[in-house]
Design a protein around this ligand. Structure first.
Ligand code: GAR
Length: 204
């Protein structure tokens, strides 16, 4: 990668996945990438404050009471203004409109704290724990029109231990999320892959 590829991060909360990506860039593990904007639908998201502390462009675009299309149009404009190459949803807890997805085909990634297609939606770790699975994990996938559904780039697994509760399990999954997201971003930015049906296939 000669020039930096430009990442836009969307988040709604804590921002630990965003910070893991920022760390990977700072430590040279994701040296070809640069975070050019961090956008949140919540002005008080801790992740947005963390972005400001890192001197990154941090933009709040509040959703409150607005139609999805109108809110998304503002986010699209902001991402375009910053000439983003890849959008990373990092705990962005709002569905994207069809128009948003169509504007950035195969350019939006999401991380989800379960082994999809199991346990889509909210509280995935609690869902997995309550179901009694013995293996849990996380998924990085392209975003399509359906919730937690697009083509899977990679997954990481963790064991569910007998002494776990949903919180200890979530913490174990989160550790893997922090590793998985940067790996997936690197793979996608390399462009060395093709998609066959639902299958993401690396290419040399
Ligand atoms: C992460 O566990 C992420 O996988 C999950 O929200 C958390 C955000 O944490 N995302 C979803 O559930 C999306 N369906 P973070 O703000 O510390 O990155």
């Amino acid at each position: 990668m000669s020039e930096h590829q430009r990442l836009g991060i969307l988040l709604s909360g804590r921002g630990s996945n965003f910070l893991a990506i920022a760390d990977a860039i700072a430590s040279g593990k994701l040296a070809g990438a640069k975070i050019v904007v961090v956008i949140s639908n919540k002005a008080d998201a801790p992740g947005l404050a963390a972005a400001r502390e890192l001197d990154l462009n941090a933009v709040a675009i509040e959703a409150c009471g607005r139609k999805r299309a109108e809110h998304d149009a503002e986010i699209i404009a902001c991402l375009r203004k910053h000439e983003v190459d890849l959008i990373c949803l990092a705990g962005y807890m709002r569905l994207l409109s069809q128009e948003f997805i169509a504007t950035f085909p195969q350019r939006i990634l999401n991380i989800h704290p379960s082994l999809l297609p199991a346990f889509p939606g909210l509280d995935a770790q609690q869902q997995a724990f309550d179901y009694g699975v013995k293996v849990a994990g996380c998924t990085v996938h392209f975003v399509d029109e359906q919730l937690d559904h697009g083509v899977i780039v990679l997954q990481k697994t963790v064991p569910v231990l007998d002494g776990d509760d949903a919180h200890t399990l979530a913490a174990r999954i989160l550790e893997q999320e922090h590793i998985a997201y940067s790996e997936a971003i690197e793979r996608v930015l390399s462009g060395k892959f093709r998609i066959l049906g639902r299958r993401y296939l690396p290419q040399n």
